[in-house]
Ligand binder design. Sequence first.
Ligand SMILES: Nc1ncnc2c1ncn2[C@@H]1O[C@H](COP(=O)(O)OP(=O)(O)OP(=O)(O)O)[C@@H](O)[C@H]1O
Ligand SMILES: [Mg+2]
Length: 365
Amino acid sequence: MSETIQETAASREGYVQLVNINKYYKDFHATKDANISIARGKLVALLGPSGSGKTTILRMIAGLEQPDSGQILIDGKVVNDVPGSDRGIGFVFQSYALFRYMTVYDNIAFGLRVKKVPEDQIRERVTELLSLISCEGLEKRFPSQLSGGQRQRVAFARALAPNPQILLLDEPFAAIDAKVRLELRTWLKDMITRLQITSIFVTHDQDEAIEVADDIIVTNQGRVEQSGSPQELYRNPATPFVAQFIGHSTQVENFDQFRHFEKTADQVTAILRPEFVSVFKIGENIQFANSAEEAVVEDIIFRGSNLEIRVLLHGNHISSARSINEPPIEIGETVHVFIYRLFVIEDGKISLVENLSLKQEPVVI
Ligand SMILES: Nc1ncnc2c1ncn2[C@@H]1O[C@H](COP(=O)(O)OP(=O)(O)OP(=O)(O)O)[C@@H](O)[C@H]1O
Ligand SMILES: [Mg+2]
């Protein structure tokens, strides 16, 4: 094995690296040739549907599972044979596994006691962490006497106590209600940015990943589909799966019927996002009004700062966002629809195709 060559390449590329990793559970192929590279100090989301292999990847990094082939590198060193406890990793589990019969203090102190750290140093570190997670005064409570958000912050402190170099969080907000979840997301991002600890967190919620992560790794059926910044994935999805999973997408099977779109090869399947579509009242004086086509409004959904207008166009249910400050549109109304662009799916690849009338007039959005 040419470890030295790989180690040099690895230390340049990423602090945590998975190189051609495969994992089988008996004959089930749970991780398929995964290649992942995470830079030091980044907060990275592993995003994918249930069963796509997110927890499996996290557990292999933590040394709780062994890959069947491939290498895991941390700071340029192959760690496949290094026990999990010596990899410098803190783990916050999918369901916050605090020890129910231990106080908050003892939960946070747990990892330090395993390492036989002297009690006075433990007290200092636990006090520091209680302040970091704003849970001062709660040290004598048991987990059942805490709110969901507090429990999750204690789980975070417990993972941080032994000063890990890498923090792994498996769906840390899954068991928490929507409002607290939003607060915790921001809290976690601030905390990790402040501590500059390389962190990987698992989620199947794209909004969470987009909001919190520096980079996102998208998993699907055991494969890494794409990795990149939220913007990159949003603007340039590499696969049909990513195009559908990120953003609010609709798939259409006959985009060649849309006005001013040319068929490419034999493919007529495309993905549309609400921001690719404008809906306006007939008679509204808007650029491209002459290139628009008519459709009937099927539904209108209030989305806070704007309205989602759903129309039926050539048999497809298409969504568009419209500002609440525009003249109102009603269900059943015939409107004009203009589609700026769409993602065409061709041989499993994605390409962005623009409305031909955009070539005649410059786009003003
Ligand atoms: N110990 C195991 N034995 C057999 N199959 C397993 C085992 N652990 C996971 N799997 C299977 O491997 C696949 C990936 O599981 P994994 O837990 O990594 O998915 P996940 O992306 O974390 O899903 P979720 O979002 O539901 O937590 C699933 O099909 C799962 O059933
Ligand atoms: Mg999981």
